[in-house]
Write a protein that binds this ligand. Structure first.
Ligand code: NAI
Length: 252
């Protein structure tokens, strides 16, 4: 293999929009994408965390926009700003997500609707805004955040499980709809990953999940970022409509 054939970076010059990129898995994904040569636009409704992340990265290829993924007008603005700056969007990572847990009998309609509006409608709204750009390019990659909970269900997570199973439906539908147009659509189904989201889960439950996981450990945000990197890169050129479990073997 000649020196010219050695490939160093996986996302050189690719433009990526990452929702919920201020913290946790999204932040780690943004970092990994920047390290691989991408231009990254972080969209998050937590402005303080977003600006802190931008400062920490200290990278001219990173931008931050205060965006609530349940707000179509805010999404339209960041999509337009990204196209104005770079002329394209190659990768959309629909990562933003929340939990408002509770047993069904105690889950009020506000808790149901809040989680649906972010985790499911947010994915629909962001993709609807970005898809025309990708269709015009004739290329693109859309990545969605599902969950082990979307595959298996979980006590106290009626709303969250419904959204994460819904994301699987969107992913497969879009893989069929956009595949002929050169756009790949895939999802990642993480197990229990150490982030702010799982910090809210009782230690007892986390220990139980760890014991049920064949690898006997929780995942790290980097583990999921690596999966997104693979699916976003040309290494996954023939991967479309898949739900990649990254859960230490929890769901087998
Ligand atoms: P996190 O809570 O650490 O980070 C989520 C980020 O999304 C935060 O920066 C938050 O400000 C942002 N966000 C929330 N709602 C938003 C909205 N409406 N608009 C814009 N930004 C918003 O969560 P984590 O753990 O990094 O999760 C990321 C994704 O991965 C979520 O979709 C989650 O459901 C999924 N996931 C996480 C697992 C875990 O164990 N941590 C397991 C399976 C899936």
């Amino acid at each position: 293999i000649s020196k010219e054939e050695v490939v160093y970076l996986k996302l050189t010059e690719k433009v990526a929009l990452i929702t919920g990129g201020a913290q946790g898995i999204g932040k780690e994904t943004a970092k990994k994408f920047l390290q691989e040569g991408a231009k990254v636009v972080i969209c998050d409704y937590d402005e303080k965390a977003g600006l802190a992340t931008l400062e920490e990265f200290g990278n001219e290829n990173a931008d931050f926009f205060k965006v609530d993924v349940s707000n179509s007008a805010q999404i339209a603005k960041v999509v337009q700003a990204t196209v104005d700056k770079y002329g394209r969007i190659d990768i959309l990572v629909n990562n933003a997500g929340i939990t408002v847990d509770g047993f069904l009998t105690k889950m009020d309609e506000a808790a149901w609707e809040k989680v649906i509006s972010v985790n499911l409608s947010g994915v629909y709204k962001c993709t609807k805004a970005v898809a025309p750009v990708m269709l015009q390019q004739g290329s693109g990659v859309i990545l969605n955040a599902s969950s082990v909970v979307g595959l298996y269900g979980n006590i106290g997570q009626t709303n969250y499980a419904a959204t994460k199973a819904g994301v699987i439906g969107l992913t497969k539908s879009w893989a069929k709809e956009f595949g002929p147009k050169g756009i790949r659509v895939n999802a990642v189904a993480p197990g229990f990953i150490e982030t702010g989201m799982t910090a809210a889960v009782p230690q007892k439950v986390l220990d139980f999940m760890k014991d049920k996981t064949p690898l006997r450990k929780l995942g790290r945000p980097e583990d999921i970022a690596n999966a997104y990197l693979y699916l976003a890169s040309d290494d996954a050129n023939y991967v479309n409509g898949t739900i990649l479990s990254v859960d230490g073997g929890l769901v087998i």
